[in-house]
Write a protein that binds this ligand. Sequence first.
Ligand SMILES: Nc1ncnc2c1ncn2[C@@H]1O[C@H](COP(=O)(O)OP(=O)(O)OP(=O)(O)O)[C@@H](O)[C@H]1O
Ligand SMILES: [Mg+2]
Length: 339
Amino acid sequence: MALLEIRNLHLYMRSFEGDAHVLNGIDLTLERGRIHGLVGETGCGKSLTGLSISRLVPSPPARYAAGSIRFDGRDLMEASEAEMRALRGRRIGMIFQDPTTNLNPAFRVGEQMIDVALHAGQVDSGILGLGPDASRAERRAAACRLVVEMLGKVGIRDAAARVDDYPHQFSGGMRQRVLIAMALIGRPDLLIADEPTTALDVTVQAQILRLIRDLVDEFQLGVLLITHNLGVVAQVCSQVSVMYAGSTVEDGPTRAVFRAPRHPYTKALLAALPREGLARGELKGLAGSVPSLLTPPRGCRFAPRCVHAIDTCRERRPIAEEIQAGHTVACLRAAEPVA
Ligand SMILES: Nc1ncnc2c1ncn2[C@@H]1O[C@H](COP(=O)(O)OP(=O)(O)OP(=O)(O)O)[C@@H](O)[C@H]1O
Ligand SMILES: [Mg+2]
């Protein structure tokens, strides 16, 4: 059984101008021990997909119209808020894109992490290595030990002393390590990391990616890595889903998708990457812009920008089809030998 299975997820977002159809049929399967990349242009719904898994999109304004999200066989759309809270503290770890929801500048890093550890310990006392009738003081001491251990694991040197520091005393890369440690305290099975390296320079980015890869090996985690950086996906993700305007347009093993992309949008994204040998300023951009999600095109949402679009594309929504083992494409013309 897959660790995470999203099928045909549809989400509407109410706004002053009307209902925006922000997720329009998301399909994704994530296995344990794998890093699955989720890519696409800004506004295509990557963060909303991540937040939907932990059911953190406030509703209203959000409304789930269809679909299922199965986590370890259990449908999260049916779960109660209490069940979701227990899952979030323990089995699903998250690193958010929005920095204001991350570390609180007013509290010591250790304190913030101990709170998370105590919460995880409430859900599952085994996390702290204690029995259910441990005293408050014992739980706090165990939480503190766990925090130091986790900080050590993510490469924070002298962790026992650093727990008393405030977030501003850490560099950007160190703060990101702290956030990863925090997300892993409950020993989750699934880690959702939304743009975890975007704000970092390339060397620190490489360190953080290596760290995530090592942690996956150590804990057999499944990671959903949300990024707009195709280079990051190529480096660490075994699988990738490409999103466009709220839909998964192509999905499969990273190597297959990047070597032989079949959806015109994936092709355009890859062609837009700067390459060696390309003259300065010569970048094959993607013409046009993402459609309005309030009045999306009736057929394929990419059709208005697609050089291969035919009339049917503008009328019929393409259904994802498997063109090779594990490689699916939602394009009416995917089966045709187009360039
Ligand atoms: N709370 C909200 N209310 C209304 N619309 C929203 C809300 N949150 C997101 N949206 C809209 O939903 C769409 C998808 O947003 P989302 O944040 O998931 O994009 P993203 O792919 O993560 O983009 P980025 O790469 O910029 O992080 C966008 O058009 C956005 O404007
Ligand atoms: Mg986002």
